[in-house]
Design a protein around this ligand. Structure first.
Ligand SMILES: [Zn+2]
Ligand SMILES: [Zn+2]
Length: 254
């Protein structure tokens, strides 16, 4: 299993691209930077996109991605999201006001985009990779994903504040090789983290007490203005098991 980190941040700046992982070159997990991080000929190889939730830092490349691959992809692009996510994308993004409704273009029998509904803890398999949506705790209905292929498992939180089920899944998953967890704000912004349901280094440490297996933990979804402070607060913890999910890096598991 090959996981390419196209974007690992919870916001955008010159150095920071928004959340998007590419699995085995063909399945995107969120679409915050699908168009900014890949040449168009590689975008054409992406046929399926799983969405963790509807927030813009996870969906903003969708309109431009569909335009880039339109007419070049064999068949429709498959979008997988919860009923709440799919509803929000259709109502607020592909609504013919913000952007054309690609579920009816070029016509409803041959659409450019097809929506599929995912359900909590019901696995789906795409291109030989098994994705299990795990409900996490965020402002809107959100799923993290357990990603399994080639005998290896990776658990990715998407956006979450303090949560429970994710850690239960981590503790019972054999062959778990990596956990990626939200750390969006530095400790001084704890109040903002609490109301927006994200973690800071200090609440991360409390969350990690729920993890009872030894596995590397990589932090993601840092907000661009907080990056330096988060790095120094994590460094001060002196925990070699905690690192950062690196944008542009390819993680391979077999
Ligand atoms: Zn986000
Ligand atoms: Zn969010």
């Amino acid at each position: 299993m090959r996981i390419e980190v196209l974007g690992s941040y919870g916001g955008e700046s010159l150095e920071c691209r928004m959340t998007c992982l590419l699995i085995n070159g063909s399945v995107a997990l969120d679409a915050g930077s699908l168009t900014q991080a890949l040449p168009i000929k590689r975008q054409v190889g992406v046929h399926s996109i799983l969405l963790s939730h509807s927030h813009m830092d996870h969906t903003s490349a969708l309109p431009f991605f569909i335009e880039n691959v339109y007419g070049q992809s064999p068949g429709a692009i498959d979008l997988y999201g919860s009923s709440a996510t799919n509803y929000a994308i259709r109502k607020y993004l592909f609504n013919n006001a913000t952007w054309p409704d690609f579920t009816r273009l070029p016509n409803h029998l041959l659409p450019a985009v097809r929506f599929h509904e995912i359900r909590s803890e019901v696995p789906l398999e795409i291109d030989g990779v098994r994705f299990t949506p795990i409900p996490v705790d965020h402002l809107v209905p959100t799923h993290g994903f357990l990603i399994e292929a080639d005998g290896a498992a990776v658990l990715w939180s998407s956006d979450t504040g303090p949560t429970q089920r994710l850690w239960e899944i981590a503790n019972r998953t054999r062959n778990l090789r990596l956990v990626c967890i939200d750390t969006s704000f530095d400790n001084a912004l704890q109040e903002i983290a609490d109301v927006s349901l994200h973690l800071t280094p200090q609440t991360l440490v409390r969350e990690l007490e729920k993890l009872h297996v030894e596995v590397p933990v990589l932090l993601h979804h840092l907000k661009p203005p907080c990056v330096e402070r988060i790095h120094s607060e994590i460094e001060a913890l002196g925990r070699p098991d905690i690192g950062f999910l690196e944008q542009g890096k390819v993680y391979e598991f077999s």
